[in-house]
Design a protein around this ligand. Structure first.
Ligand SMILES: [Zn+2]
Length: 206
């Protein structure tokens, strides 16, 4: 299990509520190890690092259901921080490669689910970050150093970042401090200092 300060622990430390709809790894990383399918799939008001979680353990658990689970958690627990982690794009990328009809169809499917949910969540006052932890190559791998597996989009919906298109690459090590900035909480001591174009006011060092 993670021994390092992370966004979930920081949110908890600041007496804010966190939630996640994600693959069971997240439960293993922060709440219970090993994952107990019979009891760990749905965790509400746990008092643990993740307060509210709905975890799936099959790679083909539909992305639509993950988004629906997330929306349930959003309305059930009113979390300040909600982390959503889908798997169908990655799963189909491994099976068929990135240059396949299936892979593209899975991307478009998530796009359409987000088109339904994003306006609602923004209306409810949420700031939203959409990104990926990696891309995929045409053979179905993502462990290398090439642009197709290393470079992913980063979308930020927030009044705290200037709205325009940026071409400067952003390190993934900026994601955690970015979340802290949007939540207005002090980042973890081991997190990098946030450096991001478009930040409206730099967070304090205190
Ligand atoms: Zn993968």
């Amino acid at each position: 299990m993670s021994q390092t300060e992370n966004i979930f622990s920081l949110v908890k430390k600041n007496n804010l509520v966190n939630a996640t709809a994600s693959y069971y790894w997240l439960s293993e990383l922060y709440n219970n190890l090993p994952f107990d399918k019979q009891n760990d799939r749905i965790q509400l008001n746990t008092g643990k690092m993740i307060a509210n979680g709905i975890f799936y353990y099959k790679d083909d658990y539909p992305d639509s259901h993950v988004l629906d689970d997330a929306n349930f958690l959003l309305n059930y627990s009113n979390p300040e921080f909600l982390y959503i982690h889908t798997m169908n794009i990655d799963d189909n990328g491994h099976k068929h490669g990135s240059d396949s009809l299936t892979y593209h169809a899975k991307v478009l499917a998530v796009d359409s689910y987000l088109a339904d949910y994003l306006p609602q969540w923004l209306e409810q006052g949420y700031q939203i970050i959409i990104t990926a932890d990696h891309g995929m190559d045409f053979r179905g791998n993502h462990g290398g150093t090439t642009a197709d597996v290393r470079e992913v989009p980063l979308y930020i919906f927030s009044n705290k970042v200037d709205k325009r298109k940026y071409s400067t690459p952003v390190s993934q090590l900026m994601i955690a401090p970015l979340v802290c900035y949007l939540l207005d909480i002090k980042p973890g001591e081991k997190m990098k200092r946030l450096e991001l174009e478009g930040i409206k006011n730099t967070s304090e060092d205190d």
